[in-house]
Design a protein around this ligand. Structure first.
Ligand code: NAD
Ligand code: WQD
Length: 337
């Protein structure tokens, strides 16, 4: 029996493949390589000493997906495939609705047809909008500020409707906080196209000299040092959370939203300091205006993940920065030679 990982060549998916293989699962990856390279999967196999099966396929291609299910005994799907850039989603919302929502609907149709009803979905803390912190899963969600966030909220609702229509489904809506870091081997990590939008990839490209200076978006937030506070989670912890979710789905039917976060926040300047310690030199930064749509503080209540999955984060911010720096310095151009 295999786990199908959609988007498995991407940043989080490749780390999940490592942990699944390490836990003894057989892994089948479907990815259209829109935002990733097949090289990440070669590296996954190098890290684990185990092989996986790869199909270059778009999840909106129902026939292609059916072939994957026919050729493999899939017991559970982890669904990472999607577009994720907040700013881009405001410029090309229809692409986001088509890819993220359309893709998920087709995936679920094929799963239902093939009798596979266990699904782990990559949701996001962005569904909480500006709810009071810490974010708890029983809070009202859906106040998203951008099309990307709305695709996550809408998919959660679609999956709730699916479960309501057929109680044989077993679904986990994993709401990730801010995944950063890289596998400690330095062989896989985040490889953004162009200028990074997110904080840690930006800091690490300043550290390696590809970018001149970090713009800190706002120093007048209601936080101890005035800069934005986020709940950063090491991508390896996040990947282990997926293995635990797969195990959880084996034992029950139902649908649950579950936060995957550390349960505490770090400010932008605290992260800069931690990265300086990891790379051994100063990171040039300047204070810039706030970025529209940004919140002051976001962090998880991690209790439900502990109760249902037995999941708690293990790796701290220093380790997140050390591992990111190892990945960045060993691979200054990401997966490109
Ligand atoms: P990523 O872009 O590195 O990985 C996504 C993968 O999906 C890529 O390999 C891409 O090529 C593939 N893909 C996209 N559309 C596809 C399609 N139609 N068919 C097949 N493959 C397709 O992103 P990531 O950071 O690894 O994120 C994985 C998932 O987690 C995404 O759904 C994202 O929205 C969600 N998420 C990410 C974060 C984050 O900060 N990275 C936070 C919360 C949630
Ligand atoms: C973190 C902090 C910025 C860049 C985003 C998505 C969210 C989720 C995770 C997918 C904030 C500050 C950033 C920079 C900065 N993705 N910052 N200078 O915005 O919390 O979340 O990624 O689901 O949906 O919105 O993450 O890394 O962009 O920002 O000062 O160049 O760093 O203002 O306080 P964010 P981020």
């Amino acid at each position: 029996m295999s786990i199908l990982v959609t988007g498995g060549a991407g940043y989080i998916g490749s780390h999940a493949c490592v942990e699944l293989l390490n836990a003894g699962y057989e892994v089948v990856v479907v990815d259209n390589l829109y935002n990733s390279k097949e090289e990440s999967l070669s590296r996954v196999q190098k890290i684990t000493g185990k092989s996986l099966k790869f199909y270059e396929c778009d999840i909106r291609d129902a026939e292609g997906l059916e072939k994957v299910f026919t050729e493999n005994k899939i017991e559970c799907v982890i669904h990472f495939a999607g577009l994720k850039a907040v700013g881009e989603s405001c410029k090309i919302p229809l692409e986001y609705y088509d890819n993220n929502i359309g893709g998920t609907v087709i995936l679920c149709q094929v799963m239902a047809k093939m009798g596979v009803k266990k699904l782990v979905f990559s949701s996001s803390a962005t569904v909480y909008g500006d709810s009071p912190i810490p974010y708890r899963e029983d809070m009202h969600v859906g106040h998203c500020t951008n099309p990307y966030g709305r695709t996550k909220y809408m998919i959660e609702e679609i999956l709730r409707d699916l479960y309501a229509s057929d109680n044989e489904w077993s679904i986990a809506l994993l709401r990730y906080f801010n995944p950063i870091g890289a596998h400690e081997s330095g062989l896989i990590g985040e490889d953004p196209n162009g200028i990074p939008n997110n904080l840690l990839p930006y800091i690490s490209q300043v550290a390696i000299g590809k970018l001149a200076c970090l713009s800190v978006f706002g120093d007048d937030y209601n936080t101890p040092d005035g800069t934005g506070v986020r709940d950063y989670i090491h991508v390896t912890d996040l990947a282990i959370g997926h293995v635990k979710a797969v195990k959880y789905l084996e034992s029950r039917t139902g649908i649950d939203a579950i936060n995957l976060g550390a349960g505490r926040g770090y400010s932008v300047l605290e992260l800069v300091k931690a990265f300086e310690k990891a790379c051994g030199h100063e990171i040039a930064y300047k204070i810039a205006p706030r970025r529209p749509g940004d919140l002051d503080v976001s962090y998880a209540d991690p209790q439900k993940a502990k109760d249902l999955l037995g999941f708690e984060t293990q790796l701290d911010v220093d380790k997140m920065c050390e591992d990111t720096w190892r990945w960045q310095s060993n691979n200054p151009n990401g997966y490109d030679a």
